[in-house]
Design a binder for this molecule. Structure first.
Ligand code: 8YV
Length: 328
């Protein structure tokens, strides 16, 4: 890249400290009012930028990538998931893609536990009841949920976040089961006393709670299809802090409404920010606005990673968080 400072377009508002550093290091165009960029604005951006810093809310598809100018060489995404970026189009155009793995693992795992607790122990239902002034006093049979201790948790996707969830879940007395493309290292399995299920179908049929922690890829789209969710027992719960697309949301809403599943804790949705209206009516669904990684510490760490990725790339080195298409 030439000696001039690289032009960096940031699509959303980031923590102050990150924006300040970004301005110092690069010829940066910030989005101060945080209004999501339109498709036309994104295309305009790649026509003038060397580097684009998008988030999960920007769809960086083939059409956007191919309209980039020859100097457009890096997509330094602010986030771990890269399903909003067409990786093969980027590779074909010689555009490098980086993400921010690792720094939101613990926060997302915390939120997964929060959702497990909320849905199984009816935390939000109870809160709504109390706030609505409908609480008439303690009763032995009121607001009964289920005991977590001793139940089986099936983790779909035993990567960083899945493993962090497993560590926490053990403290709550849950036994750990998992399905993953590859079996994890034996030492980790032993440490977590985790049972590997090669067959997802088999695992689902035996779980009390299922946590989705795999990325959204063509292979995991609707991994929890209507057919698969029917394998779950009616007392089972589903929690998702990964990507909405991994679950057939309409089928899930239907099954919850029909009492074919006990509940669901969802931080992510198939058509964000839209949420299937059926889910919003169901007390057995706990819904959050994609806030699994929303801590100030996490956002700053993510920003630091973006800075490092841009800096190393522009200095002619391999950026540490380069995303390879083969990983997804
Ligand atoms: C991020 C996420 O906040 O990193 C991810 O993959 O899902 C979120 O928690 C978001 O992607 C930021 O772009």
């Amino acid at each position: 890249m030439a000696q001039r400072k690289p032009v960096v377009v940031v699509t959303r508002k980031l923590p102050e400290v990150i924006e300040t550093r970004m301005m110092e290091l690069f010829d940066t165009r910030l989005n101060r009012d945080d209004k999501p960029m339109t498709r036309a604005e994104l295309i305009e951006a790649v026509k003038h930028a060397d580097v684009l810093v998008p988030t999960v809310t920007d769809r960086i598809d083939r059409e956007v990538i191919t309209q980039g100018s020859p100097q457009f060489k890096l997509i330094a995404s602010f986030g771990t998931g890269v399903d909003h970026i067409d990786l093969s189009a980027a590779r074909e155009r010689g555009v490098t893609v980086t993400n921010t793995p690792g720094v939101l693992t613990e926060d997302t795992a915390d939120m997964t536990m929060a959702l497990i607790l909320a849905v199984v122990r009816r935390v939000t239902e109870g809160e709504h009841l109390a706030r609505a002034g409908k609480w008439t006093g303690w009763s032995p049979m009121a607001m009964l949920g289920h005991r977590l201790w001793g139940k089986r948790l099936g983790i779909i996707g035993m990567g960083r976040i899945g493993t962090a969830v497993a560590r926490r879940a053990r403290g709550f007395g849950l036994s750990i089961h998992y399905h993953n493309r590859r079996r994890v290292h034996a030492a980790l399995e032993t440490q977590l006393e985790a049972t590997y299920w090669e067959s997802l179908d088999q695992m689902l049929a035996h779980m009390d709670i299922v946590s989705v922690n795999c990325p959204h890829t063509p292979a995991t789209y609707h991994l929890l299809s209507a057919r698969r969710m029917k394998l779950l027992r009616t007392h089972a719960y589903i929690v998702n802090t990964s990507r909405g697309e991994v679950i057939d949301e309409a089928a899930l809403a239907q099954m919850l409404a029909a009492g074919e599943l006990a509940g669901a804790g969802l931080d992510v949705f198939e058509h964000e920010p839209a949420i299937n209206p059926k889910l919003l009516e169901l007390p057995s669904a706990v819904v959050l606005p994609h806030m699994g990684s929303a801590t100030i510490e996490g956002r700053v760490d993510m920003g630091e990673k973006v800075l490092i990725n841009i800096r190393t790339f522009c200095d002619g080195h391999a950026p540490p968080d380069r995303v390879l298409e083969t990983e997804f």
